[in-house]
Design a protein. Sequence first.
Length: 550
Amino acid sequence: MNQERLLRHYAALMEAVPQSVWVLSADGVVTLLAGSGIRERLWHPDGGTSWMEALHPKDRDWFGRAWRRAAQERTPLDTVVRVRLRSAPDRFRHIKIIAAPVPDEGGAVEWVGTASDAEDHWRLRMREKLLARMAAVPAAHNLSEAFLTTAAAVVPELADAVAIFHVRGEPGPGTGLPGGAAVPAPTGSVGLAPGLPSLHPLDGDILWGEASRRVIESQEARLLTFPPGEPPEDGLSDAAVRWLRKARATSVALLPVVVDGRAVALATTTTCRGNPPPDEADLQLLRDVFQQMSGPLRRTMELQSIRNRALALQQSFLTPPQTVDGLTITALYHPADSAAEIGGDWYDAVRLCADALALSIGDIAGHDLDAATAMGRVNSLLRGLAYDSGPTTNPATTLSRLDRIVQALDGPSMITVVHAVIRRQAPRLWRVALSNAGHPPPLLIPRDGPPRYLHDLTAPDPPLCVTDALTRTDLHTVIREGDTLVFYTDGLVETPGTDIGDSLERLRERTEALVRAGVPLPTLIRKLLPPVRNRRDDIAVIALQARSDP
């Protein structure tokens, strides 16, 4: 009687605790001792079906390894895994499993375990984890970097693939695109789980068609589900359908990111390789994560707007340089690859008479709208002084006058500049006089010799605005038909952590290789630019080539 009463007490206790209790025999038979504590009934295998079939496809490999290790070492197992629901086999619930080995007298091992509902706890922890990853978004320098950080936050936990598009303008009907102006961010906005087909290049063809336009208009998320590798052709672009087929996708979630009442980004997430689609709780977690982008995106877009205004101002001063017969001029300007930075780099060339040209290139300290505005003032002053001084004035005198004026007007803290006057001396010979105020040395490319810097052994004068009553110096050289002079700002050669001398030598060697390859001047100038990933500063280049008169 006492034993029966104890068994009843034990059974009542098992029914009361918030978990199921099970036993796994040595021959693999599972017996459920108590089944309370799980909010929804879990799927269980029939006949010869493995228990692994009850687990989420993404969890089977790692859980199998964990179970084998626990069995071999006879150590307890404590983990959370997704288990299929009986009422909806394509849905899963997070279950905490604790199992301990119990050896019998013969050495055989049974396992006694518990299974308890961990869904709410898992989602809370996952939300905290994902939002912690999003903490880096406010530090993003541009939209592409912000999108990349966000995409990486949700792969692979909540999605197998993520692509985030910047939406420009308002939605427009009949285009099949969000507003006809939804522009995908650069490739960095893509996050892919290992083994999936590449989404590169991420161009306009991969946009998600009519379905995405409706999401942008309604500002409401939408989930499309379908059999593995069989996406609907209606509402998705042809390129998207092709990729979804290759990836054996089962769903596409379209989630708008809303800032100040306007959808400014479209996040697309997919489940692939036959994995089950997200449920409503997953979608809500995705909404929370992507909406965390709204504040950082607002700040990034404000910085981008400031940068665009500064760029427009700067470009207004970088008009096509003037030239004279017998000289060819090629110039370019490349802004820093940052939403927050726009500098004071400039170039200019003004005709002084039929046979003389004043050329200058410079850089004003700072990387903001103030630097760009100051650049415009200084450039205009130098242009006026050069024209007023005429073709016979020494460049050092012109820079000294500029220095006095800028300092008297409480101008920028520091300016580096090279100012040169090029005068025809003979039909195929030009005399060059220049003064260098703290700027990188111009590069001379002779027609019949290796490139060299104009003053390898002579240090430049100090920059403008750093000292009073300074006597500046001129350097003189000549260029002949086919010779080229290249003037540039420090963004072309300065890299953090790299010696400037080494960088100048690499530029000279790169130039020599391009000249040997017979590259025309405009192409040569473009190919001198460093890789995009290394462009941390503005770059201005202006090149002057002597040629014979027609």
